[in-house]
Design a protein around this ligand. Structure first.
Ligand code: MN
Length: 237
């Protein structure tokens, strides 16, 4: 199983969760929400194992923590994975709009000059703005849009731009999410949980997600697992 976007450091009992995921041979992208959290979070998992840690700077936290770009820049050479980063266009975060743009822009620029990264991106209520910014930095690496909720036009644009998508159980519950999933090429999709926010049990949530994909793709569970595993191998190759 694959969880390409979860917050292991924010789980109630990170050490236990990591142990269970390692025993289940799960492939995990453990994202962080502030640059400062990266060193400790990356130490949760064994080096070179199936759990990789991404360096993040969550757009919802930029307002209260505007000055961590220098830490981000310092840590970036330590990992190939970046996230959670992006923009949040929600009303609650309107005050930090300028700061969010500045931070995300700088991050994309740094990714481009650091040899390109795999980037887990938040784009809630800001899909077009996020795509515009990715467009400005074509060498930033591979954008993986996490829990994408943009319009169909925005989705088509993202697909054309070569973006990947990490999708979870909540997306498979909504009609809009299911429609979106039927439009995304099978070879650009990975599963995610966004735990502990969207779910508290990672493994159960991943089973729900792959079951939902099996229905949409008209494949059996094993075929879905194999498709997802191939996708991950292609992405990180
Ligand atoms: Mn998240």
């Amino acid at each position: 199983m694959i969880d390409f976007h979860c917050h292991l450091d924010l789980m109630d009992n990170p050490t236990t969760v990591v142990k269970e995921l390692e025993e289940a041979c799960a492939y995990v992208l453990s994202v962080t929400t502030i640059p400062k959290a990266f060193p400790k979070t990356s130490r949760l998992a064994a080096k070179g194992g199936r759990i990789r840690t991404a360096l993040g700077y969550h757009p919802q936290l930029v307002g209260e923590r505007p000055n961590e770009l220098s830490i981000f820049e310092k840590l970036l050479p330590e990992t190939r994975y970046v996230g959670e980063v992006g923009l949040d266009g929600g009303k609650d975060f309107a005050n930090s709009k300028e700061g969010q743009v500045k931070v995300f822009k700088t991050i994309l620029k740094l990714c481009a000059s650091n040899g390109s990264k795999i980037i887990s991106i938040h784009s809630r209520h800001a899909a077009s703005a996020v795509l515009d910014m990715i467009n400005q930095y074509p060498k930033c690496g591979v954008p993986v849009l996490h829990w994408f909720t943009g319009t169909q036009d925005e989705l088509n644009r993202a697909i054309q731009m070569g973006c990947w998508f990490s999708i979870g159980a909540p997306m498979l519950r909504s009609k809009k999410g299911k429609e979106a999933l039927s439009l995304i090429p099978k070879d650009r999709i990975l599963t995610e949980t966004d735990a502990p926010f969207a779910s508290t049990n990672i493994q159960t949530s991943l089973v729900t997600a792959t079951k939902g994909l099996a229905k949409i793709w008209n494949l059996d569970q094993a075929e879905v697992d194999s498709q997802l595993k191939t996708n991950l191998a292609v992405l990180v190759a």
